[in-house]
Design a protein around this ligand. Structure first.
Ligand code: GDP
Ligand code: ZN
Length: 342
């Protein structure tokens, strides 16, 4: 029986694919082409794809991709298959942690439906007490942050554990230390580390194509471009799904109106006294504005359907509160890249 060779696509370069085969036989990635049969059926090959390779050639490090296995997840920007989780990196200082910006990234991350890990870098610049306070504060938001530092090495062992054997997309604003982090974990990556400079304290932006780096003990990391303001781009009724606090409040509770937007509606279970409620309302306004704009493009008359006082009338029992399906949501990460400061 012929041996079946299976591997992971690490990078796409023109018509070639860099593939790392599983197992011990090939320590270096192969440069592969795609069988013409795949071209004929329009089968795309993405970074992160699990593929079957034919005729791997040990001396020339060549091969041919004959089959692409079904994907568990798919992002379009960066084009990437089979990501397991997002590692969201922020810094505590330089640039200073901004709760509103952090919230935006968290909500964006939640909308992908991938697992989220939150790391707060440059912890060497703040006191243990500061860290304890933020640990508590973010706990109220529904997150357990991992404090890390490239300078002191704090948290790096726990981080390595989080990343082992998984496919992780690294995201976060520029200047927070993403490149430094990847270089620390993967010395071969050689990412350029930018200087934090100027009034805005934006790191110099150095990232380009998506590429998977292999962690020394198994697992893959993908770098993403740095950017500072991810878009709020989802239907307003989904926004609540992306706040752990809302999910918690709706456990065993419900609003009077099944399509409640948790603003002015009577008998709302969500409105009230939690820190990020303000963020929720701001993102909701953005989501509504965006939907209006979209509706107007699709149907110029649609604004007439709104009430004159510029509020929406809640309707009873139109739609069940639900989590969006993976299929419709798993591409949301691409929206993060809209504002990339490339
Ligand atoms: P990126 O834009 O997110 O990739 O950030 P970089 O990795 O380019 O880092 C931006 C700046 O932060 C560089 O000057 C790094 O040396 C610095 N930096 C990174 N990690 C740490 C850290 O843990 N502590 C401190 N004090 N500075 C750091
Ligand atoms: Zn409500």
């Amino acid at each position: 029986m012929n041996q079946v060779w299976v591997g992971t696509v690490l990078a796409v370069q023109a018509n070639f694919y860099r593939v790392q085969l599983d197992g011990e036989s090939f320590t270096k990635p192969l440069l592969c082409t795609r069988r013409s049969r795949l071209k004929k059926i329009g089968q795309r090959v993405m970074v992160g794809d699990r593929v079957r390779v034919e005729d791997p050639d040990e001396s020339g490090l060549r091969g041919a991709i004959a089959e692409v296995y079904p994907r568990t997840t798919e992002l379009s920007r960066p084009p990437m298959a089979n990501a397991d989780q997002i590692l969201l990196v922020f810094s505590v200082e330089q640039p200073t942690l901004d709760p509103y910006q952090l919230s935006r990234f968290l909500v964006k991350g939640e909308s992908t439906q991938l697992k989220l890990c939150l790391c707060l870098n440059k912890s060497d610049l703040v006191s243990p007490q500061w860290q304890a306070e933020w640990h508590h504060r973010l706990g109220q938001w529904g997150y357990v942050p991992l404090f890390i530092s490239m300078v002191s090495g704090q948290g790096l062992a726990q981080l390595a554990e989080q990343l082992a054997q998984r496919v992780t997309v690294v995201a976060g604003p520029s200047g927070v230390g993403k490149s430094s982090l990847i270089n620390a974990l993967i010395p071969d990556a050689h990412l350029r580390v930018g200087e934090v400079s100027g009034k805005l304290q934006k790191g110099r932006h150095t990232t380009r194509h998506v590429e998977l780096f292999q962690l020394p003990n198994g697992g893959l990391l993908a770098d993403t471009p740095g950017f500072n303001q991810p878009d709020v781009d989802y239907p307003p009724e989904e926004l609540g799904d992306y706040f752990p606090e809302v999910r918690q409040l709706l456990r065993g509770n419900s609003c009077q109106f099944s399509d409640c937007w948790h603003r002015e509606e009577p008998h709302c279970a969500i409105r009230g006294d939690w820190e990020r409620y303000e963020h929720y309302l701001m993102f909701l306004e953005e989501a509504i504005a965006r939907q209006d704009q979209r509706d107007r493009q699709a149907d110029p008359e649609s604004t007439l359907k709104r009430k004159g006082d510029n509020t929406y009338e809640p309707k009873l029992n139109t739609k069940k509160y639900r989590r969006p399906s993976r299929r419709t949501q798993h591409q949301q990460l691409e929206e993060w890249y809209k504002d990339a400061d490339l």
